[in-house]
Write a protein that binds this ligand. Structure first.
Ligand code: PMP
Length: 446
């Protein structure tokens, strides 16, 4: 059984038995403050003891409905038996060789699975790395080697990581970029994302605007155009119909490598295996991470073999790239994703969330928008003139936490609550979590 069946114990969540955070979490948090850099923020400062499917249990015995999945990572739950079993078995065999030193089979099997399923009717190759930012950086390296060009075109509200190049590709100033400059901004150029709610541009006008930016900088200076099929940290911005396909066309017309960053939206999250399938906009290179390893750090660049093989031998790698324990975890995740029941469950999750959130747009003044796809859904809070309401948004999210529901905020203006439940979450459990969210919204809006 790859798909985790409903379980009475999990449905017992949420269960809040102490104040949040509870006494043991508070003690540990105080210790943390003396040990860990203050550069790390934490959304909900409770210490987790263990997970059961889509439920997180903290050290004080509180049970949280997980509508975050560790930011779209634990799509199969944070303790899927198959993932745990394959990790344990591999750890007992060997934990590491470095694929650049000696080989192991699981690296090849992960590459084959991705090559077979990533969109695009062409011969593909895959390179594995450890983090999302590393996949993005390597996609740019590969695109540069293939094209012999330096530039990278990205979109407004994009998020591609926290390393030096990906930080420059990321749009939001605070907290991601501020004080960390100088950034390699001279090679990164930004164009409109045609934000459906806020840009005021339709698809055609947005594409014309991107084309204008390309012309202004000289299209022959760009190695890559990098896009998210739904912008994650930017606020779950769903591209307008035709926009992604139009971007792919623009890139290809100028010999620019079209890179689709599926790190947050990919691997079943939106109800299709890859989010770009909704838009018929396959990447020349497609990036995956997060859900790929079921919690183990692993990422991938998958794409056209002529582009992937443009790199000289030895030009790609990394000590931990495609670590064998992480590869085994990925193979277990693939079993779950290949089970048709998983994507059917995502459709059920989408239905129970939409049923509850969609009516709020008409019912509650401060609800500006409900959007997203599959198990990647969000609600935006703003005044009638669309002025963002970040404080109200945080207050609603905190109220959910106090009631045992783990929600995250997101967005350029911090005024969006995003829902990223595990793909295997019982729809009844998600429904219960969203009912609590709706109650918190109504109370805050009153
Ligand atoms: N791209 C996207 C679309 C992401 O959402 C993220 C992480 N939030 C990254 C890249 C960076 O991944 P990582 O944090 O693993 O470096």
């Amino acid at each position: 059984m790859t798909f985790a069946p409903p379980d009475a114990a999990r449905l017992a969540a949420p269960s809040v038995v102490t104040e949040i955070p509870g006494p043991r979490s508070r003690e540990l948090h105080a210790e943390r403050e003396n040990a860990v850099s203050s550069g790390f923020g934490t959304v909900l400062p409770v210490f987790v003891d263990h997970a059961e499917g889509a439920v997180l249990v903290d050290v004080d015995g509180n049970r949280f409905i997980d509508l975050a999945s560790g930011i779209a990572v634990t799509s199969v739950g944070a303790a899927h038996p198959r993932v745990a079993e394959r990790i344990a078995r591999q750890a007992a065999r060997f934990t590491h060789t470095c694929f650049m030193v000696t080989e192991y089979e699981s690296f090849v099997r992960v590459a084959e699975w991705l090559n077979a399923r990533v969109p695009g009717e062409w011969d593909k190759r895959t390179a594995l790395f450890s983090t999302g930012a590393e996949a993005v950086e390597n996609a740019v390296k590969i695109a540069r080697k293939h094209t012999g060009r330096p530039g990278v075109l990205v979109l407004d509200e994009a998020y591609h990581g926290r390393s030096l190049l990906t930080m420059a590709m990321t749009a939001k100033e605070h907290p991601y970029r501020s004080g960390f400059g100088p950034l390699p901004d001279d090679v990164v150029v930004r164009a409109t994302n045609g934000n459906a709610l806020r840009s005021g541009l339709d698809t055609e006008t947005a594409l014309a605007e991107v084309a204008r930016v390309l012309e202004a900088h000289g299209p022959e200076s760009f190695a890559a155009l990098v896009v998210e099929p739904i912008q994650g940290e930017g606020g779950f911005n769903v591209p307008q119909p035709g926009f992604l396909a139009g971007l792919a066309g623009l890139a290809r017309a100028h010999g620019i490598v079209f890179v689709v960053d599926e790190i947050q939206a990919g691997l079943g999250r939106t109800g299709r295996l890859f989010a770009s399938e909704h838009d018929g906009a396959a990447g020349d290179l497609t990036l995956t991470a997060k859900a790929l390893g079921g919690g183990m750090p692993i990422s991938a660049v998958t794409g056209r073999s002529d582009i992937m093989d443009a790199v000289h031998t030895g030009g790609l790698g990394g000590t931990y790239a495609g670590n064998p324990v992480a590869c085994e975890a990925a193979l277990a995740v693939f079993d779950v994703l290949d089970d048709p029941e998983t994507l059917q469950n995502v459709a059920r999750i989408e239905q129970v969330v939409r049923e509850r959130l969609d009516p709020l747009v008409d019912e509650i003044d401060v609800v500006a928008d409900v959007r997203g796809r599959g198990a990647m859904l969000a609600i935006e809070f703003a005044d009638a003139d669309l002025s963002p309401l970040p404080e109200l948004t945080s207050a609603i999210s905190r109220a959910c936490h106090s009631s045992g529901v783990l929600t995250l905020t997101t967005g350029t203006h911090g005024n969006v609550i995003r829902l990223l439940p595990p793909l295997i979450a019982e729809p009844e459990l998600v429904a219960r979590g969203v009912d609590i969210l709706v109650a918190a919204i109504k109370e805050a809006a009153a």
